[in-house]
Design a binder for this molecule. Structure first.
Ligand SMILES: Nc1nc2c(ncn2[C@@H]2O[C@H](COP(=O)(O)OP(=O)(O)OP(=O)(O)O)[C@@H](O)[C@H]2O)c(=O)[nH]1
Length: 940
């Protein structure tokens, strides 16, 4: 073919040669001047790019690919040459952009449906497409219609569209763009260029766009236009999602793009191929995006693309991150948010999950549980009722119950015992791995009756402390101190006030004392507190060393003391017993070394040992908040060695030993077993008797402390009993109570007024009696609820609470008292205020009976014919009616008859008739349980 020069071509376009040359340079063609020669392919390409065809021809030649490989079309599939009128092409070109945009939205849904329909759907679409072509292009019709291949090819094309792998996927796009469906799916490399050459601009838009994303590979034909030129058309790149959109076009032919359908199909094949290569997920993304795009958005998108990115990054984004890319281009951050929002639920859910977990150590009050779940306490109470649990706001729920009710509110209750378990594990490990247990000094507590000389003896002992040297004198009192005797032995004295503290510590599980020194004044003998001290020491199973003091006194009689103490089991050694006796005079310093020696002997007998190599463990002897030094505690180390820097837990508090000092205020570097030491560095003030333990690290210390605080709070709530006349005095002392709230019930109004006045007159400077509520009639459940909520007691005159009310009162811990005489009630209140009142009554079951028959007796009511199973049935006793083990009524035995005679009581094995007061619903098979309320003696 003759070579065409630029100016020749320019004439076709009605341009000057130079103009076209410049234009071609702009387009990236290697043109130097208006007289440069152009290859045929270049000419065709230029014609296409310059607005289609030369001015003169009235028709253009387009080539469309026949889908699939036909027998006649050779290995790459056949092509059909068709003719289109210029008007058609112009129309197509004009409408192309808008049509595509509209198509995006219109086709989006169809695309999704189509993808889901997969092969069958695609197959159905092909005939429609072929028919569309046949209408306008006679030559194409027979070939397309007759060829069976296209139909076979469609499924193959569709497959990549849904994520299957197509070998062509990784082929250079320049090759793929013009490929037929077949070429796209199988081997498009060489078939593509002819189609590209002959396509109308509208047809080529899409393929051109795709070219942008790839660099022409080695498989491209040499005569193909330079890649640079192709980049110019990049602005029209459809996003991958459009692949699925374009896939729909054959099914919905439109006037503007119907002829281009095959090319679109080819594009589908390409995109599908890419999608396949990148995995179905990305393809799916593309699909989602298409669905979401409106016409306006599509326009925006195209514009954004037009001004947008180039090169590989663009391709990556388009294909792999289409949504992200879109949102970034359209609105930066703002637009990115929706995407983030889609990703957010996960972390949000996690946060919620954490928030929705409530840690409970042992129990939690209803109020606390409600607070944790941000619901009203009444809602929790209702939920509990549904579970069959009757609870009040302040009632404590155990972990299981709390977990059960929390589930209703979408919360999870977690047993918060980890920290404590860790400590236990550490303790166990320490014990296991600990070193050798070595002899340790004894820990001694001095007890005795008032004024028998305890303090004097301790003072005398201190004076013997060789460690004091000439400086002498204890500089500070720390509750315990260690003395070294002349023989080099050491003894630790716990200097706590009396046996109350001793017992209190013991009640906390802190057995610190190895030996008790019982001081008895020789001139006074065994007194009340001497006996108590003996009882406490014995209860604690601690050996006693007796110090018979004040032997210097004229009336001193050591023998008498021995005799008296022998009565309590403290038999002297020289009498054949095992108790060591020492005669001392604290005042004159007599017998003190012997006393110390005796203690030592006793300690030797006990063979006291401890392992100094492990982490320290001990007991808080006393603690206080010091103005300048913060919380300080005297700790008695029982095992291991305590050193500055150790992280520890003391009761509910944690800390790190900042400073260790002994009873003389001297800094010490370490404190071993049985050594009392004062520590600084606590987070709070622990209580005497609290366990002390060095833990692994600060984190653990804090965790354990907070777990204990939580537990303590729960325990406090759980045991928070309501004020009763019995504990009124304690509560006053503990809680600084200033008011005794009373709810009154009486049979007549006059009694109420009289009592109310008298009760309020009992008010003193420290406590006021306040009648919270009063009314006539029996005590109601509401009274109990009110009392429970207000920490009040309920007093009834000539009225008794019903069984139900009584039970409720029991559950709520409300003190309900019934009196017949105002004076007795006032007396009780007065006693309570003085802390003198003791518990009064206790229930005692006296017998059970089986109901065998029932009789309706006129004017009397229902009588149960019973057999007494155990104990006895007693007239006027209280009785519970049980049906299948459940108490259905509690009342009083109104009548008890043996045959026709009234009986006081009926014993086991006998039959009787029982009438229950105000209860006529007794049935055969019920069981009656008779009980009485016994007055309970006050105990110490
Ligand atoms: N004659 C004489 N008097 C003594 C002796 N020991 C103590 N006293 C005196 O007895 C009184 C009470 O002594 P304390 O040491 O205070 O007795 P206590 O047992 O500590 O007393 P409380 O702390 O009140 O329980 C004081 O006046 C002492 O001087 C002693 O061995 N001989």
């Amino acid at each position: 073919m003759a070579k065409v020069r630029v100016y020749d071509l320019a004439r076709e376009f009605g341009m000057k040669g130079k103009e076209l040359a410049d234009r071609l340079v702009e387009l990236g063609y290697a043109v130097t001047s208006h007289s440069s020669t152009l290859e045929d392919d270049m000419v065709a390409d230029i014609r296409r790019k310059m607005g289609g065809e030369p001015v003169s021809p009235s028709v253009s030649v387009g080539r469309i690919e026949v889908r699939g490989r036909s027998e006649s079309s050779g290995p790459w599939g056949g092509t059909v040459v068709r003719r289109r009128s210029k008007a058609d092409k112009e129309e197509a070109a004009r409408q192309q952009e808008l049509a595509e945009t509209r198509a995006l939205e219109e086709e989006a849904e169809a695309a999704r449906i189509r993808l889901l329909a997969q092969e069958q759907e695609n197959r159905e679409s092909l005939p429609a497409e072929a028919a569309g072509l046949s209408e306008s292009q006679a030559p194409a019709v027979p070939e397309q219609a007759e060829a069976p291949e296209p139909e076979r090819a469609v499924p193959a094309e569709a497959e990549p569209g849904i994520g299957t792998t197509a070998p062509s996927a990784e082929e250079p796009e320049a090759v793929q763009e013009s490929g037929s469906r077949e070429s796209a799916e199988s081997r498009p490399a060489t078939a593509a260029p002819p189609a590209a050459k002959d396509q109308t601009p509208a047809q080529q838009k899409r393929p051109r766009v795709r070219k942008v994303r790839t660099t022409p590979g080695p498989g491209t034909e040499p005569e193909r236009p330079k890649p640079l030129a192709r980049i110019v058309g990049r602005m029209e790149i459809p996003v991958p999602s459009e692949a699925s959109a374009s896939e729909q076009r054959p099914a919905r032919p439109k006037p503007g793009n119907r002829p281009a359908a095959p090319a679109h199909d080819a594009a589908v094949g390409q995109d599908a191929g890419r999608g396949a290569a990148r995995g179905g997920k990305k393809k799916d993304k593309g699909n989602r995006r298409v669905v979401a795009v409106s016409e306006d958005e599509a326009l925006d998108r195209r514009m954004a693309r037009g001004s947008g990115r180039k090169g590989k990054g663009g391709r990556e984004d388009f294909l792999g991150d289409a949504e992200g890319d879109y949102t970034r281009q359209r609105g930066g951050r703002r637009k990115k948010n929706p995407r983030q929002a889609r990703e957010l639920p996960q972390p949000v859910a996690e946060t919620r999950a954490i928030k929705r977990r409530i840690k409970v150590v042992a129990s939690i009050s209803v109020a606390d549980l409600a607070r944790h779940m941000s619901v009203k306490a009444t809602e929790v109470i209702t939920a509990l009722m549904k579970l069959g649990v009757m609870a009040t706001v302040n009632q404590a729920l155990d972990v299981d119950t709390a977990a059960l009710v929390a589930t209703d509110f979408g919360f999870e209750v977690e047993q918060a015992m980890h920290a404590e378990l860790e400590v236990e594990a550490l303790e166990a490990m320490e014990e296991e791995q600990g070193g050798e247990a070595l002899p340790r000094p004894p820990v001694v507590t001095v007890m005795g009756h008032v004024d028998h000389g305890k303090t004097s003896i301790l003072d005398a002992i201190r004076k013997t402390d060789v460690a004091l040297g000439e400086a002498g004198g204890i500089t500070q009192h720390i509750g315990a101190y260690h003395v070294q005797n002349a023989q080099g032995g050491g003894i630790t004295f716990v200097d706590t006030p009396g046996h109350a503290a001793f017992t209190e510590m013991r009640s906390r599980g802190a057995q610190v004392t190895d030996i008790v020194v019982l001081v008895v004044a020789a001139d006074d003998g065994v007194m009340e507190q001497t006996k108590e001290a003996i009882a406490h020491a014995k209860a604690a199973e601690v050996p006693i060393v007796v110090a018979v003091n004040k032997i210097d006194k004229p009336g001193a009689d050591a023998e008498r003391v021995r005799r008296e103490l022998s009565d309590y089991g403290l038999i002297p050694e020289d009498w054949g017993g095992q108790t060591i006796y020492c005669e001392t005079s604290a005042k004159k310093g007599l017998g003190i070394p012997e006393l110390l020696e005796s203690i030592q002997i006793q300690a030797d007998i006990l063979e006291l040992k401890a392992d100094p190599s492990r982490k320290a463990r001990g007991v808080v002897i006393e603690a206080q908040l010091h103005k300048g030094r913060g919380p300080v505690a005297t700790v008695l180390v029982q095992e291991g060695t305590l050193r500055p820097g150790d992280n520890f837990v003391a009761g509910m508090f944690s800390g790190r030993v900042r400073l260790l000092s002994n009873e003389r205020g001297e800094r010490v570097k370490a404190a071993g077993p049985a050594i009392p030491v004062e520590i600084q560095g606590l987070s709070g003030v622990p209580s005497a008797g609290d366990p002390f333990m060095v833990v692994t690290d600060e984190k653990m210390a804090k965790a354990v402390a907070s777990a204990r605080q939580l537990k303590a709070r729960e325990t406090e709530l759980a045991s928070a009993s309501k004020v009763s006349l019995d504990n009124l005095f304690e509560k006053m002392a503990e809680q600084d109570m200033k008011e005794l709230k009373v709810i009154l019930r009486a049979d007549v109004q006059g009694t109420l007024e009289a009592f109310g006045q008298a009760a309020e007159n009992l008010s003193t400077d420290t406590i006021r009696v306040h009648v919270l509520h009063e009314g006539t009639g029996s005590i109601t459940e509401n009274d109990i609820h009110l009392a429970s909520a207000s920490n009040a007691i309920v007093i009834g005159f000539n009225v008794r609470p019903s069984v139900k009310v009584k039970e409720l009162a029991g559950q709520e811990g409300v003190d309900v008292r019934a009196y017949d005489v105002i004076y007795h009630a006032l007396e009780d209140i007065e006693k309570a205020m003085k802390g003198m009142l003791e518990p009064t009554f206790e229930e005692r079951v006296i017998g059970t009976a089986d109901v065998r028959q029932t009789f309706q007796v006129p004017k009397v009511g229902l009588i149960a014919g019973c057999t007494v199973l155990s104990g006895k049935m007693q007239r006027n006793a209280k009785v519970r009616v049980l049906r299948e083990g459940v108490v259905i009524y509690t009342g009083k035995i109104a009548s008890l008859k043996r045959f026709k005679d009234d009986a006081k009581e009926v014993l086991t094995g006998f039959e009787c008739g029982i009438g229950v007061e105000r209860f006529n619903d007794i049935k055969v098979g019920d069981q009656l349980e008779a009980f009485v309320m016994d007055e309970v003696e006050a105990t110490l």
